[in-house]
Design a protein around this ligand. Structure first.
Ligand SMILES: NC(=O)c1ccc[n+]([C@@H]2O[C@H](COP(=O)([O-])OP(=O)(O)OC[C@H]3O[C@@H](n4cnc5c(N)ncnc54)[C@H](O)[C@@H]3O)[C@@H](O)[C@H]2O)c1
Length: 334
């Protein structure tokens, strides 16, 4: 039995709490939250959980091996550092920190102390994202040309974090995972309409090696709820629609033949438009898979897919994108 402590049972933390609570081989021994009602609700829903307003109580406990941090992003660095310093394995929600240097320090500390540090990049545990990766690796698309992401909705509008820091960690982590190489440069544009200084919409462009480009559009001020990833390759194209639970992925046999000639009347007829294939994707809750992966890593002492360095890479891109947004869209080399 692996005993864990949790810090933060707010909007998202309560989902993590439920997921870890029902995971076999795990005991959520203690929950820390600053809000008494949240502690009371947790005690009511999950019998046996001890609650506190001071997470330092479990740092002294030899029984608690790992800590899950689901507090707002600005507090992640200080809390995770304390937990690692106390010898605990740590899961930190995204964004891992709000400064890349801090995230790298955490990753280094975890390595030095041989502790597990995992960033909560939920989408990497989504079976559809795994399927996209498998199709890419199998060469289904040919060479990957470019990819773009739409993560749009109306609400929940945050005060302390803009829409890019809230949503784009998901898409940046997917882009990095699918492309398989570190980003080279990033540029971003965004604007604040509802609250001064808190961007409601952002357009982020990332350049990867091999001329691969990614474009990310995030907004909490949009008429549509959209969660979509589109990949365009030399042979085929692929779309992942996270709002379509039954058929999330479509592979389009569309493209441009290598021998395309531009000097004939029927040039556009040479474009290839063939079958649409809907691959089967295992139905499983990504959050449960993510939590199970963390526990497996704690048990086996193995490196998480979204380890501290992966979390730090995403923060580095976000930090540069923020700098670019503030400069009016300059391309920042990473
Ligand atoms: N993976 C996802 O899909 C996803 C979705 C939403 C949010 N998140 C992330 O989860 C994290 C939390 O977001 P949220 O929406 O739950 O925030 P929230 O503000 O709703 O909840 C944060 C909770 O942390 C508690 N807290 C803050 N500081 C604390 C401390 N020092 N000790 C104990 N408790 C403390 C607060 O009392 C609150 O209950 C953020 O990093 C956010 O980006 C991830």
């Amino acid at each position: 039995m692996i005993k864990i402590g949790m810090i933060g049972a707010g909007g998202w933390g309560k989902n993590l709490l439920r997921s870890f609570y029902y995971l076999p081989g795990v005991e959520v021994a203690m929950l820390a939250d600053l809000v008494p009602e949240r502690r009371e609700e947790a005690r009511h829903r999950y019998p046996g959980i001890e609650t506190t307003d001071d997470y330092r109580r479990f740092l002294d406990s030899d029984d608690i091996q790992a800590v899950v941090v689901a507090t707002p992003g600005a507090s992640h660095y200080a809390i995770a550092r304390e937990c690692l310093a106390a010898g605990k394995d740590v899961f930190v929600e995204k964004p891992m920190t709000i400064h890349a240097g801090e995230a790298e320090e955490l990753a280094r500390l975890a390595d030095d102390k041989k502790l597990i540090l995992m960033a909560g990049h939920l989408m990497l545990y989504n079976p559809s994202v795994r399927k996209l990766k498998a199709e890419l690796e199998a060469g289904a698309l040919g060479d990957l040309y470019y990819l773009y992401f739409q993560r749009l909705n109306l609400g929940k509008i945050r005060k302390s974090e803009n829409a890019m820091w809230t949503f784009a960690p998901h898409d940046i982590s997917i882009a990095r995972y699918l492309v398989g190489s570190p980003a080279l440069a990033v540029a971003a544009w965004g604007e604040s309409y509802v609250q001064p200084g808190v961007a409601d919409v952002a357009f982020v462009r990332i350049r990867f090696p091999g001329n691969v480009i990614a474009h990310i559009h995030v907004s909490w001020l949009d008429p549509h709820k959209v969660r979509r990833v589109t990949l365009v390759g030399s042979r085929k194209m692929m779309v992942f629609d996270d709002m379509d639970a039954a058929e999330p992925i479509r592979v389009y046999d569309k493209g441009v033949p290598a021998d395309l000639s531009y000097d004939t009347f029927g040039e556009y007829l040479n474009l290839r438009s063939g079958d649409i294939h809907i691959p089967w994707v295992k139905s499983a809750e990504p959050l449960r898979l993510e939590c199970a992966h963390f526990i497996d890593c704690v048990r086996d002492r193995s490196r998480p897919l979204s380890d501290g360095w992966n979390g730090a890479e995403v923060v580095k891109i976000l930090e540069a994108a923020q700098m670019s947004m503030e400069s009016g869209g300059d391309m920042i080399e990473l």
